[in-house]
Design a binder for this molecule. Structure first.
Ligand code: SF4
Length: 336
């Protein structure tokens, strides 16, 4: 029997909790994710303490989540979360680990959670790399008036994705899921997260001039934006890779390249990770945004090191997740 994941609702501490517009996380699964991605930030945080269990993650007790909602909404009880819940601050489902990771097919915790949120007309972001999100019974449990669905796709190459996102659905399946949801009336965000750069820091911001010496990592391609738009995404959100020691090690093992060569004097450290320079990130963002503008698709950026400096690029300057004014149930962010 799976371990219980007791901290299923929380606001992360530190900079992330302060920066994020929707930091109240509700995770059906914790302490591991069967997708076990080579670049996973949560994995690197937990692996450090030998707490990452990809095949045996902790599972939240839905009865406890239900009790929390009943206490607050049906019985008028005050508790640690009542103020947030009564304000209907949207929850972030999948902020820690993927809510549709393989164990969901046995446990169905996420399915029950979605039905509970639908019953209470409660808004939420739903982040996943699983194509299950576009299939029954999830399609019916999700509600287009409440759910801001964000589906992450990092490459168009199914084979390369399988090497880095071991248990996740193939990118082609995730694109189909975006199509199914968009045809069912959902506002779907195609999330390029993480964007794993294909050139060294500075390459595009200095003009992108090819030379025989330039190395590349052919995983992300700019054509991914077109594919996400064509699949029916209403918005594209981009988040860059955070370079962490474990991530270098896992990428070396799974992709045969640790990507350390990409980092140089332009790159900088922030909260324990190395980041590409703001200029280089902007060069990627602007190129992707141009495609979005041409196709009438909205755009946004999630960036824990320079979030404010990219605000001019967001379609909705009040919301980096771009759910306000797109999802009826989203009437405020955590800060409002
Ligand atoms: S799907 Fe998300 S949470 Fe799961 S391993 Fe990959 S990056 Fe981590």
């Amino acid at each position: 029997m799976a371990d219980e994941y007791k901290s299923f609702i929380k606001v992360p501490g530190g900079g992330e909790g302060q920066r994020c517009y929707y930091p109240v996380r509700l995770d059906p699964y914790g302490k591991g994710c069967g997708h076990n991605c080579s670049y996973c930030y949560a994995r690197s945080l937990l692996e450090f303490r030998d707490l990452w269990r990809p095949q045996d993650p902790g599972v939240a007790d839905v009865a406890k989540i239900r009790k929390l909602f009943e206490d607050v909404f049906d019985k008028g009880r005050r508790n640690k979360w009542s103020e947030v819940l009564l304000r209907r601050v949207p929850l972030r489902i999948g902020g820690m680990t993927d809510p549709l990771q393989p164990i969901e097919l046995e446990e169905r915790t996420t399915l029950e959670l979605l039905r509970l949120l639908r019953d209470y007309r409660y808004p939420y972001l739903f982040l996943t790399k699983s194509a299950l999100v576009g299939e029954e019974p999830y399609l019916s449990a999700l509600d287009p008036g409440l759910a801001a669905v964000q589906i992450s796709v990092t490459t168009l190459d199914d084979e390369k994705a399988a090497r880095l996102e071991h248990g996740a659905s193939r990118p082609s399946e995730r694109l189909r899921a975006i199509r199914s949801l968009s045809q069912a009336g959902f506002f779907v965000t195609g999330r390029i997260s993480p964007l794993i750069p294909n050139r060294r820091d500075g390459f595009y911001s200095e003009g992108g001039v090819e030379s025989p010496d330039e190395r590349s990592f052919p995983y992300f391609s700019f054509g991914l934006t077109d594919a996400l738009c064509e699949a029916g995404s209403g918005s594209i959100l981009v988040e860059f890779l955070r370079f962490l020691p474990f991530v270098h090690r896992w990428l070396a093992a799974d992709a045969g390249d640790d990507l350390r060569w990409m980092l140089n004097e332009r790159s900088f450290h922030h909260e324990g990770a190395t980041h590409f320079s703001a200029e280089e990130k902007r060069a990627y963002f602007e190129r992707i945004r141009e495609v979005c503008l041409r196709r009438g698709v909205q755009f946004s950026v999630c960036d824990d090191a320079n979030q404010e400096s990219f605000r001019d690029l967001w379609t909705n300057p009040d919301d980096c997740c771009n759910a306000l004014r797109n999802i009826p149930g989203f009437t405020r962010t955590y800060k409002q």
